[in-house]
Design a protein around this ligand. Structure first.
Ligand SMILES: [Zn+2]
Length: 519
């Protein structure tokens, strides 16, 4: 049995961890390594979809494994395999499945390049959220996680989407590991607004792949549906945490996972280490309390900015709005995601039954996926004019990418902008913060929790408006202590030193990208 960390070995995100045992091959996650991707690409300089795998291979974003990638994505006039520059050999394998821990793109995105018939095994909630993200995004060949538009080569050798009547879109086979999908059958999986000609597939309950038993455990992270896995190999149980934390609202799930994993007497624990530098973390209750104080103090419009898809934070602001006698105004994308999550987990109330939630009515043409939402929420729409006139009645959920909508609203000076998102880690993000501050100055808005433009971190009293999705160092050591594996393999971290310091050498296997760890 061997485990090869093809990506995520010494970087945050892009996890692609191959488990091989007796001819059965499984990946834990198959995400986009944004750190590496950002070294070559940016918003307007992107991999060229007309050349399929070529650009992605050339910059080293995919493991050199023949037999696992889409055949329609290799241009015929060039051998893409000759472009692989990674310092380890090209191998040929059959891939039997991807165990997907959660729907963040740094864990799921590059499933897009895998063959269309490779099963993705995940929780029902992750499947639904991943589909909702794809349905509500512009079509993008790096984000075909749930279904794909087959490519055909034109006469001049360029790859492009074919005529849907001849090559219809295809849905990937998804296996559901945390429940019997038939018990929550809703039809959502079969409705594919952006995929023409598709024949929808059902969801299959999956608890083993090619004879290897799989257990799934719900864990707490900054997206609903996050799952840790245990795979029973010939040498013992291998546990994969995905992204986890103990300090979130549902930290009890992570604790219960650790207890259950311990009972398996695991051989190996593959764990994340994003935030191990931190000794303690701001929790969601603190975010709630701090933001609530701000909302109560101001009789103006409040804009809450948190990352897109962060439904738990959205629900924190829903509770604040309710407690302060305001209503929460969200975009149709938020409603679509909330509805998808509510179909799969009882942790989310269907937004249609939640009187506090209203829909922001943008002055623009609607996409197909959102038409139905605008019909159903017609009586619960809020216009930019409402937000200008009666700002103190609302909390508006926007992210940085919605900021130009403020021009429509033209908020009264003194309106509050609460930044409830992560710090700005790199130079590009600090530029975004500088841009955000320019916008807020333009409208005379009051920034709360907005990071410092130079350091990227919030200062003094501006702290406490964001809780990390990742486990702290002391909490991770507690978790490892409970699980008590024979060996620990850290991934999704830049801090190998933490693990060297805290785990005895005979128990620690620090991975090198592409080098198998034999167990
Ligand atoms: Zn994540």
């Amino acid at each position: 049995m061997q485990i090869t960390v093809y990506d995520g070995a010494d970087t945050i995100g892009g996890n692609k961890v191959l488990l091989e045992d007796g001819g059965v091959n499984l990946f834990f996650d198959f995400g986009i390594n944004f750190h590496l991707r950002n070294q070559y690409f940016e918003e307007y300089l992107v991999p060229r979809s007309r050349r399929g795998l070529l650009d992605i291979f050339h910059v080293g974003l995919l493991p050199p494994l023949r037999g696992i990638y889409r055949e329609d994505s290799a241009p015929s006039d060039i051998d893409v395999w000759s472009r692989i520059r990674l310092p380890y050999p090209v191998r040929e394998i059959e891939l039997h499945g991807v165990l997907l821990s959660h729907a963040h793109l740094d864990h799921s995105g590059h499933i897009s390049f895998l063959r269309h018939d490779i099963p993705v095994i995940t929780s029902l909630c992750t499947a639904y959220i991943a589909k909702a993200i794809q349905d509500s995004s512009k079509s993008d060949f790096e984000k075909e996680v749930c279904y794909l538009i087959p490519k055909v080569e034109s006469e001049d050798g360029l790859l492009q989407s074919g005529d849907w009547r001849k090559c219809p879109a295809e849905q990937r086979p998804f296996g559901i590991c945390d429940c019997d999908p038939a018990s929550r059958e809703t039809g959502f999986w079969q409705v594919l607004p952006g995929a023409r000609g598709i024949t929808p597939r059902g969801l299959k309950k999956t608890q083993a792949v090619e004879g290897l038993a799989i257990k799934a455990f719900p864990v707490d992270h900054s997206i609903f549906g996050a799952t840790a896995f245990a795979v029973e190999t010939s040498q013992g149980w291998v546990i994969y945490t995905g992204d986890i934390r103990l300090h979130g609202k549902h930290g009890y799930l992570t604790k219960a996972f650790a207890e259950a994993a311990r009972a398996l007497h695991p051989l190996a624990l593959i764990c994340e280490g994003t935030y191990v530098d931190a000794k303690e973390a701001v929790d969601e209750a603190t975010v709630h309390q701090r933001a609530m104080e701000v909302v109560q103090k101001h009789q103006t419009l409040v804009v809450a900015d948190f990352g897109p898809r962060h439904l738990e934070r959205l629900l924190t602001f829903r509770d604040i709005a309710k407690d302060c006698g305001r209503r929460l105004v969200v975009t149709s994308k938020d409603i679509y995601l909330l509805e998808a999550a509510a179909l799969a987990t009882d942790l989310v109330t269907p937004p249609e039954q939640d009187e506090t939630i209203l829909l922001y009515k943008e002055p623009r043409r609607l996409e197909r996926w959102e038409e139905d939402i605008h019909t159903r929420y017609a009586a619960r729409c809020v216009t930019p004019i409402d937000l200008k006139r009666n700002g103190a009645d609302y909390i508006l959920c926007f992210s940085f990418w919605d900021i130009s909508e403020l021009i429509e609203i033209d908020p009264e000076p003194g309106a509050v902008y609460i930044y409830s998102s992560s710090e700005a880690f790199d130079e590009e993000q600090r530029f975004d913060i500088a841009r955000l501050r320019n916008w807020l100055n333009l409208f005379g808005m009051r920034p709360v929790g907005v990071p410092d433009t130079r350091t990227g971190k919030p200062r003094g009293r501006e702290k406490g408006f964001h809780a990390s999705g990742h486990i702290t160092g002391p909490d991770l050591m507690e978790l490892i202590g409970i699980i008590n594996p024979e060996v620990v393999i850290p991934v999704h971290t830049e801090n190998h030193e933490f693990f060297r310091r805290n785990i005895p050498p005979h128990k620690l296997r620090l991975p090198t990208r592409g080098v198998p760890i034999v167990l």
